[in-house]
Write a protein that binds this ligand. Sequence first.
Ligand code: SDX
Length: 426
Amino acid sequence: MADKKAQLTVDGLDAPLDLPIYEGTIGPDVIDVRSLVAQGKFTYDPGFVSTASCESKITYIDGGKGVLLHRGYPIEELAENSDFLETSFLLLHGELPTAEQKEEFVSTIGKHTMVNEQLVSFFKGFRRDAHPMAVMTGVVGALSAFYHDSLDITDAKHREIAAHRLIAKMPTLAAMVYKYNIGQPFMYPRNDLSYSENFLHMMFNTPAEEKPISPVLANAMDKVFLLHADHEQNASTSTVRMAGSTGANPFACIAAGIAALWGPAHGGANEAVLKMLDEIGDETRIDEFLNKAKDKSDPFRLMGFGHRVYKSYDPRAVVMKKCCDEVLAELGLEDDPQLKMAMKLEKIALEDEYFKARGLYPNVDFYSGIILKAIGIPTELFTVIFATGRTPGWIAHWNEMIGGEYRIARPRQLYTGHTKRAYPKK
Ligand code: SDX
């Protein structure tokens, strides 16, 4: 029950409106405006900058302090001590798994890594040079055509099986997207490998040659997945929740999230960062591009910089940069030109008044692309990697909503179009 309230005085209404205020465990209070519609009023918040769309216990972000907690655990500590599947369990179930629970979870995920063989034919409908995100959106949406036994969203067991299937199959599908693109045969998953080793196996091994997977690259891959696992009510997670609020099946909801993630303002930024670094080409051109980024008449934005919530450092960028340094050092790539360019760009931008005044810092996408490139992932597949890492977060939010009380998401609008007019007589 709300103890605190806001009073809203509205011209034309006889008395001020009392709006309940709810407090979270941490973070901003929220003002419940649901009673406004009865007064014939809507709130107006394009882009939902000041809008809490739901109550959640999964992830907390403090953009001013650069804090990111998953079920209360700081991302820095999870990145240091946990792994992607353990963090996935945490996001789904709210607590870190015991040793037995983790062993069972890893084993369960391993049992769902293969996809229905019919999907191989489904791939054949795409051009070989289709963008990987176009294929990923299609094949994940198609999963609902195969799994009729886990589509009763009111059944918690069905929801759990769907969660396991999605977490398990995303790397398999991501690797299939890559293999299809380069014209190589698909590699089947191997249950004797860890989640990230298995992904790199399916990506880079062939039936003709199976090389051992580098533990350095597997660890870096796992950390990239972990750092992308969840991020509160971002655009793609909100899309998953909105699709889920209609009762759509989980595979369709995740496909909707993948489509939303594709945009360069969101998950497509990691691909855009490397393209931007290549376009800048030489450190002497950094100022030219910073000026383009500041020029309101120029649509160019500094990719990998800025964030709707973080107005200080994105804590994931700090961990990603550390991981980047470690991987490139291990691979003897410390002098990677794109890394050097990125570091120079970051240094100059962070000293620039325009960026400082707007709280524009590197975000999760600024360094992730450099690690992915060092691992051997092609640029066009970067957002597919992001989608694979974000799947446990998406499905945890979907499950939290469907497992609780929810209503179909149906925003209203400020209408500024024509008033009623008659169709002209012929
Ligand atoms: C992700 O929401 C999430 O949590 C997303 C994410 C997740 O994990 O799910 O963190 C993943 O999407 C990270 C963001 C990746 N995108 C990029 O790196 C693309 C570049 N960034 C910008 O497009 C932008 O910063 C956004 C989209 C990320 C945020 O947009 P906002 O919150 O709408 O910011 P804004 O447009 O209101 O910017 C405020 C000001 C504006 O200038 P003024 O009008 O005040 O003069 O900052 C400027 C903007 O023009 N600005 C930039 C800029 N980002 C914002 N100027 C130049 N370069 C930039 N990158």
